[in-house]
Design a protein around this ligand. Structure first.
Ligand code: TYD
Ligand code: MG
Length: 470
């Protein structure tokens, strides 16, 4: 088959060029030209962005009144792996496309092999396309997982057209593509893993999923630089986006849904990597706490709410003499938010870190994006700066505003109950989250409501009995 000629389209202005150029000839932007497969010959209708007549297409698409369309509930097939089903919103959806991203080595292939095997055992045909590893390597993993008798269909292939042909013949219930970055279409000249290839291949696989009803799972590596060719460019195309989080050095892994057309987002699944694969952790509330014998300065436990479950995560801060341009670094927390919190601390509570390096870290590689972490980050910073630990059994949560106010966190009661259940004894929380005056104690947990950051810092000073600044 003769190769279709490809064109290069500018991602900024939509201008085209027959060759790759560093600079778009239309708008002058740099590095924006991306290869695209040419439209089939005679398919002028797809190209007539400007001016051509659409008369030939009149009436070819039908209109329907929204209220008259029957809203069918999507049919889900549980994978049998409870924590995965939780993030998926109940299971895989026929014709749905899921993207699973994460660092190399975090457990994507392991989880998907376990899931496809479980589905196969439940009578759903599962096809696993491996572009990264050989069949023997996958078989080795299966052995390790105790799945040596797995009936999952395996295909070691990286060419898109061959994959599509096989999928079309077999029509499996679920097809896993591990990984999308290794697949290439021979319609394009760019290398596998380039933006053009990743996008083109994903688009074809998505179209196949919608047309055939096969649930397609695309595996994508997130590169350290968050590179363009990573799964990010696919997020808008697919129905569900899951990301693996966690420190490869610790055994816990989180799978977070950041987009889900078929379920709730921000639900998380929690797993532990064991010698025999990933095992669901049904009760994850206390896994992100490090076990200090005695309280240490700069450590505060945050009660965060992930999806439907409260979790306790240790937030650590280290404040140390900095050079002429002090550093602000955060792992697992937003850096811009850290800069904001430092400004609020200074302006409203008189705690100055101007000439100090400030590092903050959420223990266990978990990523915290909710603003309810603010108060604990602040208290951890103040504690490190003072060199004084908070008392044993201390927890905090609450959002902090630029005016120095402490705002309530969603579902505060649930967070407090979880902390009490785990034996924590003292909590600093937004006033609106605290129970009524008569019951400021909850099963051994004493609750200190605060309305402003200066109140929280004041409380810190009274707790450790040292009233000196900062
Ligand atoms: P893998 O699923 O290959 O990661 P990814 O596909 O995201 O790159 O997981 C690789 C890591 O998991 C590897 O370091 C070995 C470890 N592992 C276990 O600890 N136990 C197991 O049962 C398996 C299969 C892997
Ligand atoms: Mg892998």
């Amino acid at each position: 088959m003769a190769k279709e000629k490809t064109t290069y389209v500018c991602s900024e202005c939509g201008g085209t060029s027959p060759r790759w150029l560093g600079k778009c000839p239309a708008c002058g932007a740099w590095n924006t030209l991306i290869e695209q497969a040419a439209a089939p010959a005679g398919g002028g209708a797809q190209n007539n962005r400007f001016g051509q007549s659409y008369a030939a297409l009149a009436g070819s698409s039908e209109l329907a009144v929204l209220a008259e369309i029957e809203a069918a509930d999507v049919a889900r097939t549980p994978t049998g792996i409870e924590e995965l089903d939780r993030v998926l919103g109940g299971g895989i959806v026929a014709g749905g496309v899921t993207l699973i991203g994460g660092d190399p080595g975090i457990g994507k292939s392991t989880l998907l092999l376990q899931a496809t095997d479980a589905l196969q055992n439940a009578g759903q045909m599962a096809l696993y396309v491996t572009g990264e590893e050989s069949g023997a390597q996958v078989a080795l993993r299966a052995r390790r997982l105790g799945l040596e008798r797995s009936q999952v269909q395996l295909m070691a292939e990286i060419q898109l057209e061959k994959i599509l042909a096989t999928l079309d013949t077999h029509r499996p219930a679920i097809a896993v593509i591990d990984s999308i970055q290794t697949i290439y279409s021979d319609q394009l000249t760019s290398a596998p893993g380039s933006v053009a290839q990743v996008r083109e291949c994903a688009a074809h696989l998505t179209r196949f999923a919608k047309a055939s009803g096969t649930a397609v799972v695309l595996v994508g590596h997130v590169t350290k630089e968050g590179a363009l060719a990573g799964p990010r460019v696919l997020e808008h195309m697919v129905d569900t986006v899951l990301y693996f989080e966690g420190d490869t050095h610790s055994s816990f892994r989180l799978v977070r849904a950041i987009k889900n057309r078929f379920g709730a987002v921000n639900e998380i699944g929690v797993f532990a990597m064991t010698e025999r694969g990933l095992r669901g952790v049904a009760n994850p509330s206390a896994i992100f706490l490090s076990q200090h014998e005695q309280p240490v300065p700069g450590s505060v436990v945050l009660v965060t709410l992930e999806g439907t479950r409260p979790m306790l995560v240790e937030i650590q801060a280290l404040v140390d003499d900095g050079g002429p341009s002090p550093r602000r670094l955060s792992v697992g927390l937003e850096r811009d938010r850290l800069a904001m919190l430092l400004a609020v601390l200074h302006r409203h509570a008189g705690v100055a870190c101007m000439d100090q390096d400030v590092f903050v870290n959420a223990v266990g590689g978990v990523r915290i994006s909710e603003p309810a972490a603010d108060l604990s980050v602040m208290l951890a910073i103040a504690s490190s700066l003072r060199g004084k630990p908070l008392p044993k059994g201390f927890v905090a949560f609450g959002e902090v505003g630029l005016a120095g106010e402490v705002r309530p966190a969603p579902r505060g009661q649930e967070r407090l109950r979880e902390a009490a259940k785990l034996g924590f004894s003292i909590a600093v929380v937004p006033k609106a989250n605290a129970p009524k005056k008569a019951m400021r104690e909850l099963e051994g947990l004493t609750i200190h409501p605060v309305e402003r950051v200066e109140q929280a810092i004041e409380l810190l000073r009274s707790i450790d009995g040292d009233n000196r600044a900062p």
